[in-house]
Structure formats: C-alpha cells, structure tokens
Design a protein around this ligand. Structure first.
Ligand code: PLP
Length: 253
C-alpha cells in the first residue's frame, strides 16, 4: 500500500512508487495524498487530497485486500498523518517505510511545518525505517552533522534511519543505516553523477516491495539499491530538468 503524491512529470511520487513496486513483482495499492504542479525541474504548487476521503480509501482497501507493507512519500498535510496513524494502529505488524518528503530537488516545498512536526512526532515512531536524504536528515534531526542528526531522530523514537548519500559529492554514494542499540551498517555504491528526479521515491518504494515479499530490512535495502542504480544507469531524458530513473525493467525475484 502506497500513500504518496502525484507528480505529473511522472518522475517522482506515486508513479515512481507504482513502477518500482510493480517491477519488483508486487501489486501496488496506490492512495493519492496530494496533487502537485510540477515538471522535471521543480514543484510550483500542491494541494492535499481531503483526509476524510483518504480515510475512507484505507478502510475500503483494508476490508477487501491483504497488504504486506506500507510506503509513504509526500503526505499533503498533517491531517493525513493523523488518519494514517489511526489506521496503522490496527496493523502493528505491517512494515511501514517512510520517505520523509519535504522539498523537491529544485527547492519547491512539499511539506509545511505542521506536517513535518506531525511526521516526526507520530509517524516516525511507527516506521520500520525512514529514508531521509542529506537535506531531509539535517532538517529533521536538527543538525548538519549527519551522525548527530540520525542519533537525534533515533532518540526521538525512530527505530531505524537509512541516511541516503545521493545528494553528497564523494566518489561513492554511502547509504548508512542507523538503528537503536545496533552498529551502523554502510553501503558504498557507485556514484553515477547528476541528480535524478524521483530517485528517493524509487529507493523507498523498492525497499517496501522487498519487505512486502518478506525480506529482512538489510536485504530489502540491498536489493532496492541495486534496483535504483540500474534505473539510474538507464535514466530517461523526459524533460529539460533532471532525468528520470527508468523503473520499467522488471525483476523476477
Ligand atoms: N513525491 C512527490 C509527489 C514529489 O513531487 C517529489 C519531488 O519532487 C517527491 C516525492 C520527492 O522526489 P525525490 O525522490 O526526487 O526526492
């Protein structure tokens, strides 16, 4: 089950999620949380979907369809977090993968202060993992030091934080999994260079697909990273801004 926003350029948001999850052999249940005005360069406006309607959709789906993981991206507004938290109360064993979407790569806002606070206080403690990029990690963990920011998020109730390094500058991308009372785990990955529209969404959705199929968090991250790398290697020049990872290649495992 996926709760995320619509990017009409087809690069990020629910389209990225649907494509990644489908390519990895799962059937997505897409619940749209917001509409955006967006191209491959930036987000210019957005409007949330009514939280009451989302609540009805979740209840309707849950009554009909089993689901094995939940993934969130842009959530629209704080009311949607409240609806989701009420819903999740009934499914404590379903892994929740939270991509804490705050800003588009071009700088456009996708979350206001109330939404950021509500995610931090109510949603993060319920997540199997949250997947902030460098900018989101600094903002959410109140520090420009990624280690300190991750520790701050763990002490605020997060169980695990996958700090993604795609926005850094090193020769390699290093994604780091921070967990309560566990050693950190690092994945050095090839940096292909450039910025790709929807790479964060693709990674979190691919992790959710792995968890839905019963993989451990580490194995789901492992496989999701390889999927994103391959999608980026084959990125599509959709518009004038960032290329879009090609998530159309299916994987049978
Ligand atoms: N979700 C929506 C609806 C978006 O419009 C965007 C970005 O612009 C994102 C998520 C985040 O995209 P990315 O994966 O590039 O961080």
């Amino acid at each position: 089950m996926i709760l995320s926003g619509l990017d009409p350029s087809g690069g990020a948001g629910i389209q990225a999620d649907i494509q990644a999850v489908t390519a990895l052999g799962c059937h997505p249940l897409p619940v749209l949380t917001c509409l955006t005005v967006q191209d491959t360069k930036n987000v210019y406006n957005s409007a949330p979907v009514d939280a009451g309607l989302i609540e009805q959709q979740l209840a309707c789906l849950a009554a009909d369809t089993p689901f094995q993981a939940i993934k969130t991206g842009a959530l629209g507004n704080a009311d949607v977090v409240d609806v989701l938290v009420r819903f999740l109360d009934r499914y404590p064993d379903i892994p929740l993968i939270v991509d804490p979407v705050i800003k588009a790569a071009g700088g456009g806002d996708l979350a206001d202060e109330a939404l950021i606070d509500r995610m931090r206080s109510r949603l993060f403690p319920l997540a199997d993992v949250i997947t902030p990029n460098g900018v989101e990690l600094a903002l959410l963990g109140n520090s420009d030091d990624p280690e300190k920011a991750a520790v701050q998020l763990l002490s605020g109730g997060c169980h695990s934080v996958l700090a993604t390094g795609g926005h850094g500058t090193g020769e390699q991308i290093i994604n780091i999994l921070h967990r309560e009372n566990r050693r950190t785990e690092e994945w050095p990955l090839e940096r292909i260079g450039g910025e790709y529209h929807g790479s964060g969404c693709t990674l979190a959705a691919a992790i959710a697909a792995g968890r839905a199929k019963g993989l451990s968090l580490e194995n789901a991250i492992d496989r999701a990273q390889l999927f994103v790398l391959e999608a980026i290697r084959n990125a599509l020049e959709v518009g004038q801004g960032q290329p879009v990872p090609d998530r159309s290649r299916t994987e049978s495992t």
